[in-house]
Design a protein around this ligand. Structure first.
Ligand code: BG6
Length: 493
């Protein structure tokens, strides 16, 4: 094959909690994302809580697995705190304008997430919120005007807060049924309008950020393992529902995937890289491969983890695997067993500084080759169609005196990454369905809650404290990406 397939799905990606805003409009319930403050590269984001007996309030860092809610405290929105998800960059009110930008760039697809609490405000409601259903319906109709195929994530780093408070989050098996009902409701409602769905964003992040990924009140290893298992079963049930409703619907897995490099040729560095890689691949082995791998079962045995399962769980997992495997990939992670090396941070997962790679202001390594490596690794292992649903670079873009944003660094990053992806398709024969650049319109950073960590082709006037007009401006990369799409990836200059 000379270039990308004719029907290659070029586009951009977003997530409701980082983009949509309108956190308490249209009958939407509160989610776990709505109780998380902003932070920065050096100051961690916090979850706020209140004591249900005394009314006292407090907060604590929420990334990682070390958080513990004080006795009688539940996550809550507190007066005087700033929560970036509440307004985000206001897609809720500006979806027509934003989708017009996407249309102008020639998007073939738009990845967005549906806010579960907009459809089921408490997660466990008996009937859906009609206003929420109508909102996304209008969004999909708008996409259709431009020939844009939606790719919808059912759960992107937000769980209806009620499910966390009342049930402890995804460690409770009841969430499986609530999610299945949610999936069935939207698959039916949008039948004929939405063909591509993803169940859980970066499902492997339960490993590193269980409040974000699963709304867990208690992040113990036992609960994390159970929560992941419950999400696997829920995903399988969603695939089953889709097949029963309409066989045209395709449900994919979404994995955070960064190739892991050993820092030295010391075999122990290689072993470490292998173990870290297993921690990620496990999630794809189950959801896309259909089986629990031996290395993970042994780990559970060693750690005394016993899953609460039902007889049909493993049959469902085996029978209803994901139709395609999508993943995010921003760069690579380098690890070592050796001391005295430079630290640099990757998203949620830490690594050390790789001397061959450049990093951005947040320490994320830019590594175009890793995209080809990632695509080959995943394709070799599963032989299923792949889809890159996140890739891009966060940068503190500035408006120049001419009122424009000259983001040449972004163009350079994307050019090299797209070239690498093209090599995987044309040289290695990987079956790749599409590419959605992360944060196509500027939105809030998930890791830091900042606005200044921008990814978009379109600049949004808003700062880290919530000031700004929310006005949109095309960046230089906007015109560049338009040309890339027009030429189906042939012209990358
Ligand atoms: C992915 C998430 O991990 O990385 C997105 O799915 C996130 O939600 C993206 O925004 C980029 O990370 P960050 O921290 O720069 O926003």
């Amino acid at each position: 094959m000379k270039g990308f397939p004719k029907d290659f799905l070029w586009g951009g990606a977003t997530a409701a909690n980082q983009y949509e805003g309108a956190w308490n409009e249209g009958g939407k319930g509160i989610t776990t994302a709505d109780v998380i403050t902003s932070g920065s590269h050096t100051v961690p984001r916090r979850v706020t809580y209140k004591n249900i007996k005394t009314g006292e309030t407090g907060s604590m860092p929420i990334f990682g697995t070390g958080y513990k809610f004080p006795k009688d405290c539940i996550p809550a929105v507190i007066d005087g705190e700033y929560y970036p998800s509440h307004v985000a960059t206001d897609f809720y009110h500006r979806y027509k304008e934003d989708i017009a930008y996407m249309g102008e760039m020639g998007f073939k697809t738009f990845r967005l997430s549906m806010n579960w609490a907009r459809i089921f405000p408490n997660g466990d409601d008996a009937v859906p919120n009609e206003e929420g259903l109508k909102f996304y319906d209008k969004v999909f109709d708008e996409c259709a005007k431009y020939g844009i195929e939606p790719l919808v994530t059912l759960s992107h780093y937000e769980t209806p807060l009620n499910l966390t408070i009342k049930y402890g989050g995804w460690s409770n098996r009841k969430c499986i049924d609530f999610f299945e009902n949610y999936a069935k409701t939207v698959f039916k409602y949008y039948e004929g309008k939405v063909k591509y769905w993803l169940t859980f964003n970066e499902i492997n992040c339960m490993e590193f950020a269980p409040f974000i990924a699963g709304g867990l009140m208690d992040p113990s290893p036992q609960n994390r393992a159970q929560a992941s298992h419950n999400q696997f079963v829920a995903s399988a049930k969603a695939v089953r529902a889709a097949r029963e409703i309409n066989s045209e619907i395709k449900v994919g897995q979404m994995l955070a995937f960064m190739p892991i490099y050993p820092y030295t040729c010391d075999p122990y560095d290689q072993l470490l890289a292998m173990e870290i890689n297993q921690n990620n691949m496990f999630y794809a082995d189950v959801q896309t491969g259909g089986y629990y791998p031996a290395y993970r079962l042994k780990k559970y045995e060693r750690e005394g983890i016993v899953l609460d399962t039902e007889r049909e769980d493993f049959d469902l997992i085996k029978k209803y695997t994901a139709d395609f495997l999508s993943f995010s990939c921003y760069g690579s992670i380098t690890v070592t067993t050796h001391d005295d090396v430079d630290k640099s941070s990757g998203n949620l997962m830490m690594g050390i500084k790789n001397p061959y790679l450049e990093t951005n202001a947040w320490g994320w390594a830019t590594d175009p080759a890793c995209l080809r490596i990632a695509l080959n690794t995943l394709y070799d292992r599963y032989r299923k169609p792949l889809w890159i649903v996140e890739n891009g670079i966060g940068w503190d873009d500035k408006k120049e005196e001419d009122g424009k944003i000259h983001d040449t660094y972004r163009i350079d990053y994307l050019r090299k990454n797209i070239k690498s992806m093209k090599d995987a398709v044309t040289i290695d024969g990987v079956d790749l369905m599409g590419y959605t650049m992360w944060g196509c319109i500027d939105l809030v950073s998930a890791g830091t809650g900042e606005m200044k960590k921008r990814y978009g082709f379109v600049y949004v006037d808003r700062d880290d404290k919530g000031n700004g007009t929310l006005e949109r401006t095309r960046k230089d990369s906007f015109y560049w990406y338009k040309k890339v799409i027009e030429t189906n990836g042939e012209d990358l200059d």
